[in-house]
Write a protein that binds this ligand. Structure first.
Ligand code: AMP
Length: 619
């Protein structure tokens, strides 16, 4: 294990290398740094432009990909090839997002329980690949402004992001050529930007613990997080919110108001689209004026601050209800919250500030630009990691990721690099063969996607698993790193209680240069690693489907029609052929086709089996 200040700041790379803070947002993203002279955090921007880069990607003709403001213009003219709100898809399965997929103009594809992919033309993109395109653009813009290479970053994520979503964000960074030193929570970053949790603030306010509510209302999402800060450590006590609530709803409420107050000839939906832009303009104007007027279709339309507030009040009330729930989950009363921090463009609306302040009965922290506050906080965290803020607490961290080998030789990370130690993580695995009585557990260290490119630390066999069909045993594997940096790997089959464990010293024999070389290798090979991982996953899935279909056919041959059998065997041949060709997109298409053919009769036979079983039972 290593101290952050040694591992990250004193490698053989340049001493003064800049580490940027990145707010990778649903609608907009931005980059901030600590200004080398003023030592204050600043958001990066080109002259006379905004620091915000729209999180939008356009796939044009001849593989011409654009990101940001230019891509945003295609949202209306080329919606099928213009991808937005990728953040909502990070680490999600199709099942997680299918109910909201109607709001996306582009095509998302996959089987129910598998990770979502976005289809553009005949290519499937993972949310990780798409996010990496946004990060690449941010990196490029930052390098242009700073006139120096940028390769290290701290990236923020919502406090409610789970492990898979955080790992996906890390992977996106890696794919964009960034060494992601830390993933930090957005509310933590916002609190840092207000100076909470840093020693400069604790010397002002003493060392006592503080409770902070971070209210984040953006364009399309609302989050409230309650944090506790003690001795420089941030703990998330609770989070609440609505991933489909934000400033866009204010705009829609204004449009509805205009449509009820006025009558316009023609299609309502066309009016809506044009009026939406005017509504956003009105909303922003009313943040500092009393009356907004404009002309539409030769009519004067207007809205006063009072009417605006009346139409958006129910929306703001929904956010207050979430605040109540968050307090309840944290087990706190509102007078136990010490500070309220405001984040997101929509907190510029005066009614929002009034209602939040009235609810918590407290003054708000709203002096930092609400669009920039998260990125500025990420830059402060980056500076701490660079070792520039020496009066901050340094925590022990893992210098490289630790994980296990899974099907196809893939690395499955349980403890990502830079995890604070002591650390613990566990995950459940199962067998892939009927009656399998043993399981090989191989532990690796490193950042590459295939275990063969990482460092093998240990291997042992969990034996004595009682005979069960494939997929039935539940083997929980846990990693525990104690304060001395010793890793204990434990494997337990939960149904039978069979258990085994092993001790490993992860860093044995690794110098700082070795660690650095492994990191650089992983960035250099990020793209090919990612492709190989995607291909291996697609192949594993395809091969498993072939096996289960084969088994199913043997068992249920008599219950299938002749057409079903011939269609299935044709689809199986096509899938086998795609597997032999090693073509990821083709394998995915053929897997889906075979699934589509077998799903109806598999369901029919299942239903029949269930009703037969029920028929014999007395209820
Ligand atoms: P964010 O997702 O944090 O970038 O927030 C974007 C949202 O903030 C959009 O709905 C904007 O319309 C809204 N917004 C930006 N500026 C203002 C303003 N001055 N008054 C009200 N809303 C604003």
């Amino acid at each position: 294990m290593a101290k952050i200040a040694i591992n990250i700041a004193t490698g053989s790379l340049q001493q003064q290398e800049i580490i940027v803070g990145i707010d990778l947002g649903t609608t907009n993203s931005l980059v901030a740094i600590i200004h080398p002279e003023s030592k204050k955090p600043v958001a990066l921007k080109e002259h006379n432009s905004s620091s915000l880069v729209p999180s939008v990607i356009h796939f044009g003709k001849n593989a011409n990909i654009t990101v940001g403001n230019e891509a945003k213009q295609y949202l209306v003219s080329d919606p099928a090839n213009t991808i937005f709100s990728v953040k909502r898809l990070m680490g999600k399965t199709y099942n997680d997002v299918k109910n909201n997929s109607a709001s996306l103009a582009y095509k998302i594809i996959d089987d129910e329980y598998k990770l979502v992919k976005v289809q553009v033309g005949n290519i499937f993109y993972s949310p990780v690949e798409l996010s990496s395109l946004i990060l690449k653009e941010l990196k490029k813009q930052a390098e242009h402004i700073l006139k120096t290479p940028v390769s290290k970053a701290v990236i923020t994520v919502p406090a409610y992001f789970n492990d898979a979503q955080r790992q996906a964000t890390r992977d996106a960074g890696k794919l964009a050529g960034l060494d992601v030193l830390r993933i930090i929570n957005e509310p933590t970053a916002a609190s840092l930007a207000y100076g909470f949790g840093t020693s400069s603030n604790s010397s002002k306010g003493g060392e006592q613990a503080k409770t902070i509510a971070v209210y984040d209302l953006g364009g399309g999402t609302f989050d409230i997080s309650i944090l506790n800060i003690n001795g420089g450590i941030f703990e998330v006590l609770s989070t609440n919110g609505d991933t489909y609530l934000g400033g866009d709803d204010f705009d829609a409420a204004v449009v509805d108001y205009w449509l009820t107050e006025n009558t316009f000839a023609g299609e309502i939906s066309t009016h809506r689209q044009i009026l939406r832009l005017k509504a956003e303009e009105a909303k922003k104007y009313l943040s500092s004026n009393e009356l907004f007027k404009t002309v539409y279709e030769e009519k004067e339309i207007s809205i006063s601050r009072e009417n605006f507030e009346a139409v958006i009040k129910p929306i703001v009330e929904r956010t207050i209800a979430s605040c109540k729930n968050a307090l309840k989950d944290a087990g706190l009363k509102k007078n136990e919250v010490d500070e309220i921090v405001m984040v997101g463009g929509s907190t510029r609306v005066p009614l929002v500030k009034e209602m939040v302040s009235a609810f918590f009965e407290k003054r708000l922290n709203d002096t930092v630009d609400p669009d920039e506050v998260v990125a500025l906080g990420a830059a402060i965290q980056a500076d701490i990691l660079a070792g520039n803020t020496t009066d901050m607490l340094l925590l022990d961290i893992t210098p490289l990721s630790l994980g296990l080998e899974t099907m196809g030789g893939l690395m499955d990370v349980l403890l990502p690099r830079n995890s604070k130690i002591p650390a613990r993580a566990s995950r459940q695995y199962t067998t892939y063969k009927d009656g399998q009585s043993g399981m090989k557990i191989a532990v690796y260290q490193g950042e590459r996607d295939m275990v063969k490119d990482n460092r093998r630390l240990a291997e042992f066999n969990l034996t004595g698993i009682p005979g069960m069909p494939a997929g039935m045993p539940k083997v929980e594997i846990s990693f525990l790193i104690n304060a001395d940096g010793i890793l204990v790997v434990n494997a337990k089959e939960l149904r039978s209680g069979v258990e085994q464990s092993i001790e490993v010293k992860p860093q044995y024999g690794l110098t700082d240069e070795d660690v650095e070389k492994m990191l650089l290798d992983s960035m250099e090979h990020a793209k090919e690693d990612m492709d190989l991982r995607a291909l291996t996953e697609a192949k594993t899935e395809g091969e498993q489907l072939l096996q289960t279909t084969e088994k199913f056919l043997q068992k249920n041959f008599d219950n299938l029609t002749r057409t079903e059998i011939s269609e299935t065997s044709l689809a199986m041949q096509a899938l086998q052929l795609s597997l032999d060709m090693n073509d990821k997109n083709l394998i995915q298409t053929k897997t889906e086709e075979l699934n589509d053919i077998s799903r109806p009769y598999a369901e029919r036979i299942m239903d029949y089996a269930v009703s037969k079983a029920m028929a014999g039972k007395k209820i």
